[in-house]
Design a protein around this ligand. Structure first.
Ligand code: MTE
Length: 299
């Protein structure tokens, strides 16, 4: 799937900000971030108080297979990603589909800072201050219809500027999915910034998902489409290795990856390994979503 250059017929042209009216994304996110930092006397209830990972680690040790599979590839190669202009299509089983530029999606007043733990399925973790807004806010705007049960997310397909897409490491474009109630959970964030700045390309500019209780691969980067669907959507890592990466992928110290244990993790910047927490430490908030489900079967 490619970026639409023209709006679909169901979107009135005046719903899309003309290019001349684009806010300067960086200036606007920085000023929103500054306001947040001034107003941040205590961490909001969704943020962890764990020590924040150094920005340098979070921006040079990345997984973004569109730019290669080594950790340092994305920070070295992702400058070729074209993020401006950028539109996100929100469609599928909704009453009011939308095609919005990032500037239309992100109003300064809705941005908030969330300090979340990110636990990668490979066994490392970081603590990152994201700037974003709950996904549920944008889903409410499009009004999912009664038969919408899942949300499917798609990354940009652009092999010209994403060299990793020229190799078949994964099925491109990268795709992810959530059950609708997971997507509507207040912890589920669409992030446009981190560390008080716009997202660097290697971290998923201009807009990415962050689902803190799931393994990091669920947090899809550089999103161009969000579709409401009826059945569980295919997701890239599950398509490539179904026995290793499940649809749910909730962080779970008791369910090992077939090739390694998930009982402990290495927090980047720390020496000793630590115990993995069930749901990455967010059990109080999210375990109710899985009542009655066998999380070994639905891994
Ligand atoms: N999104 C896309 N489009 N492509 C990817 O390769 N990697 C995932 C996720 N989102 C990935 C992606 C994985 S495995 C992880 S751990 C996180 O991004 C890493 O996010 P970070 O590099 O910002 O820490």
């Amino acid at each position: 799937m490619r970026l639409r250059s023209t709006p679909p017929s169901d979107i009135k042209p005046d719903e899309i900000t003309p290019k001349s009216l684009y806010l300067d994304r960086r200036r606007f996110i920085e000023s929103a971030a500054a306001a947040i930092v001034i107003g941040r006397t205590e961490k909001n209830s969704f943020s962890t108080t764990d020590d924040i990972t150094e920005r340098k680690a979070a921006t040079t040790y990345n997984n973004f297979y569109e730019f290669g599979s080594d950790k340092e590839d994305p920070s070295q190669l992702a400058h070729t990603l074209k993020t401006d202009p950028w539109t996100v299509v929100i469609d599928g089983l909704v009453a009011k589909p939308l095609t919005l530029s990032v500037e239309d999606l992100v109003k300064p007043e809705i941005l908030e800072e969330r300090i979340y733990r990110l636990r990668c399925v490979e066994g490392w973790s970081m603590v990152i201050p994201w700037l974003g807004f709950p996904l549920k806010d944008i889903l409410a705007r499009v009004e999912p219809t009664g038969n919408a049960r899942f949300v499917s997310f798609t990354t940009l397909l652009d092999p010209e500027h994403m060299p990793g897409q020229r190799r078949s490491v994964l099925e491109w474009p990268y795709r992810e999915g959530l059950r609708l109630d997971e997507a509507m959970h207040p912890l589920t964030l669409l992030a446009v910034g981190m560390y008080g700045d716009v997202l660097p390309n290697q971290d998923g500019a201009p807009i990415r998902l962050v689902v803190p209780w799931k393994y990091g691969f669920k947090s899809i980067k550089s999103i161009v489409r969000i579709s409401l669907v009826e059945t569980q959507p295919p997701i890239s890592w599950n398509l490539s290795a179904p026995t290793e990466y499940g649809f749910y992928s909730n962080v779970n110290p008791e369910v090992d990856h077939p090739r390694w244990s998930q009982a402990t993790e290495r927090r980047i910047g720390h020496f000793l390994r630590r115990k993995t927490q069930v749901f990455n430490g967010y059990a109080e908030e999210v375990s109710g979503l899985y009542t009655g489900m066998d999380l070994r079967v639905n891994f």
